[in-house]
Design a protein around this ligand. Structure first.
Ligand SMILES: Nc1ncnc2c1ncn2[C@@H]1O[C@H](COP(=O)(O)OP(=O)(O)OP(=O)(O)O)[C@@H](O)[C@H]1O
Ligand SMILES: [Mg+2]
Length: 334
């Protein structure tokens, strides 16, 4: 595996234009995804999640910045090359089941269809379809028509369909949006299994912050930029011989703020409110790291005083800022 990340977004900008109106959907987004990683993407409605997915899938082009997938520069590709990229390298799973599958075909035929369209028919295609349906836990449903399957099962067929032509990147935009939380778990299970079995790099957009339990890492997008990430780590401990117990799997979640390529950091709103940090903050080097502190009231009062003074000190009396402060201090005492 090369050191270069499989997906790389560097200062990615996307401006949507409708008539005279411009909407900045991505404003300098930086993201790296390793090959074979299972990544969740969360963020409020309108934060730019679908825009990012559409760009990575070659359905849309960015306005500025850099974006590469598997070493391919999506910005420099011709339209024809981008179409080939989309057809051969990307699998999509959408929120609406109907967009993913054909209702009057069986599960197996749905999975076979993309292979047939790509010129791969016959026994090998069928074998691969069965294998994929098995991977998503639907081996026993392969002859069912889509209408005979539950919403969750249909969505698992959709995931198998998306992988039919062995894409290197799997993109899912709110694949569990129309499902209850128990069914959503089976969908995440299918993604995990496929990601592990085929090593396909998988990005899942979700509104649900609980997705962190289901994937390797979750990144949060806020206003078209990466704001933070949560990494899931599984610690396995084997109890001593005498207990003959089973290995214990413990999950830990580590939350990080992320810095963009210019070193900018977004402080979460809750923390800013909790510590009274507004438009300015003081950075103090400490033993363990850098302390970000609210600017105390006194300091902001001082700034106001300077402005007040400049207005009523006569030009002939001006003796520089030091003079201003000392006079101000003696006046306020009186
Ligand atoms: N084709 C388009 N034309 C114009 N504006 C668009 C287009 N697509 C998205 N936008 C705007 O860009 C911003 C980001 O939209 P996007 O669909 O990426 O958000 P999202 O995070 O996927 O939201 P949701 O969770 O609601 O799906 C929004 O302000 C949206 O209105
Ligand atoms: Mg969206």
């Amino acid at each position: 595996m090369s050191e270069e990340p499989f997906v790389l977004c560097d200062n990615l900008v996307k401006i949507h234009k409708i008539a005279d109106l411009e909407v900045v959907a991505l404003q300098g987004l930086d993201l790296e995804v390793k090959q074979g990683e299972l990544l969740g993407i969360v963020g409020a409605s309108g934060s730019g999640k679908s825009t990012l997915l559409n760009i990575l899938g070659g359905l849309d082009r960015p306005s500025a910045g850099r974006v590469t997938v598997g070493g391919r520069d999506l910005l420099k590709m011709s339209d024809a090359a981008l179409t080939t990229y989309r057809r051969t390298q990307v699998g999509f799973v959408w929120q609406q089941g109907a967009r993913n599958v054909i209702p009057y075909l069986s599960s197996e035929s749905n999975v076979e269809l993309p292979m047939i369209l790509a010129g791969r028919a016959g026994g090998a295609a069928r074998k691969h379809a069965i294998e994929l349906l098995d991977a998503v836990g639907l081996a026993d449903r392969r002859h069912h028509y889509l209408g005979q399957l539950s919403g969750g099962e249909q969505q698992r067929v959709a995931i198998a369909v998306a992988l039919a032509n062995a894409p290197s990147l799997l993109l899912a935009d709110e694949p569990t949006g129309e499902l209850d939380s128990a069914t959503a778990l089976t969908i995440y299970g299918a993604f995990r299994e496929l990601c592990k079995r085929y090593g396909v790099t998988t990005l899942i957009v979700s509104h649900d912050p609980k997705i962190a339990r289901q994937v390797d890492r979750v990144v949060a997008i806020r206003d078209g930029k990466l704001a933070g990430e949560t990494v899931r780590r599984v610690q396995v401990t084997q109890p001593g011989d005498e207990s003959r117990g089973q290995a214990i799997h413990e999950e830990h979640f580590e939350e990080y703020a992320v810095l963009d390529s210019a070193g900018r950091l977004q402080l979460p709103k809750e923390l800013r409110e909790q510590y009274g940090i507004r438009e300015r903050a003081r950075l103090e080097p400490a033993d363990a790291g850098i302390l970000v502190k609210a600017v105390e009231r006194e300091a902001s009062h001082e700034a106001t005083v300077v402005e007040e003074k400049v207005e009523y000190v006569k030009p002939s009396e001006r003796r520089g800022l030091r003079g201003l402060f000392s006079r101000r201090a003696s006046k306020s005492k009186s």
